[in-house]
Design a protein around this ligand. Structure first.
Ligand SMILES: N[C@@H](CCC[C@H](N)C(=O)O)C(=O)O
Length: 311
């Protein structure tokens, strides 16, 4: 498919982590970094935290997008070719898989409620508990959340201590004693996050989690996240799994179930000895079509120069 054709898209979100979805079974779309960034730009494009290309895994290998099929992924599996809002590639996106599974099930591309979604981090089995053309409830088998070394992040003038967690993609999950809902809401991500590049040579996503507490016989916590390649988002599925694993470690536990509230909603996480599950809602909100040729002209954002008036 070339840039003269009108690409169709669907917009969706999982707990307000939002995505532009492009259906491209044979992996024919040309998606250079700057086009993805323009699509995801909230002023120049549609606006999204990320882009989900829906392609057959085998077609992505044939097109050279993937060097080989990731572990457990079959050529006929639907593959979530995920890109961050800045156009960069990430290994995995937990909320993206929930929305992706909803989309392929609701459109009939998947004919059953249980199937495998391919990702660069490997196969991610899903269960679509319920769905219609607009809403769904989806569980994703996320694989293990591997705890790594202790590290820290500076946000504004505050230092937060946390632990590296690998959920297929990198995370620094910080469980913050004394942080209540109001203090968490007041954290200012405006100047970004300063991480330790020795620990995270490829960057990382950063989560701040309140200490899990028991309510109605269930563990509960609140979280905010600053995503690599995006900025602050209202939810992050891999980040929720990473934070849950760190939350249990903070309690001296390695498994359990927890409900976590993020600015975009509520999800359930189950941490198992060598696996994890993420369950939550998905919403498909709009269908659209890019103007023919737009992707060819959508390149780069104009630079804003200070002091240009009267020059
Ligand atoms: N929002 C996603 C994570 C997307 C990838 C992340 N920004 C990265 O670069 O690793 C999720 O729901 O997991």
């Amino acid at each position: 498919m070339n840039s003269d054709q009108a690409w169709e898209f669907v917009k969706g979100h999982g707990t307000q982590n939002d995505f532009v979805i492009l259906t491209d079974p044979a992996a024919e779309l040309d998606l250079p970094t700057e086009v993805v960034a323009a699509i995801c730009d909230r002023q120049r494009g549609i606006g999204a935290d990320g882009l989900l290309r829906v392609a057959r895994a085998g077609a992505l290998v044939a097109a050279g997008t993937l060097a080989a099929l990731p572990a457990g992924v079959s050529p006929d599996d639907w593959f979530m070719d995920y890109r961050n809002a800045d156009g960069s590639i990430a290994e995995m996106c937990g909320n993206g898989v929930r929305v992706f599974a909803h989309y392929v099930r609701a459109t009939g591309l998947a004919g059953t409620d249980e199937f495998t979604v391919g990702s660069r981090a490997g196969a991610r089995p899903v269960i679509v508990h319920s769905f219609d053309t607009q809403d769904a409830d989806v569980s994703v088998q996320m694989g293990p959340a591997r705890l790594g070394v202790d590290s820290s992040v500076t946000i504004g003038s505050d230092l937060y201590r946390g632990i590296a967690v690998d959920v297929g993609n990198p995370h620094l999950a910080c469980v913050v004693p004394g942080l209540d809902a109001d203090a968490l809401a007041a954290v200012d991500f405006g100047t970004g996050v300063q991480i330790d590049s020795q620990v995270f040579p490829h960057g990382t996503n950063v989560e701040l989690l309140t200490v899990p507490t028991e309510a109605d016989g269930r563990l509960h916590a609140r979280m905010r996240v600053f995503e690599r390649g995006v900025g602050e988002t209202r939810s992050c599925g891999t980040g929720l799994v990473a934070a849950a694993a760190a939350g249990f470690a903070h309690r001296g536990e390695s498994t359990g179930e927890i409900t976590i509230d993020v600015p975009g909603g509520r999800v359930q996480i189950q941490i198992l000895p060598d696996d994890a599950w993420l369950r939550g809602p998905s919403a498909l909100v709009a269908d659209g079509r890019f103007r023919p040729g737009w992707t060819a002209t959508a390149i780069p954002a104009p630079e804003v120069t200070a002091g240009a008036v009267g020059d």
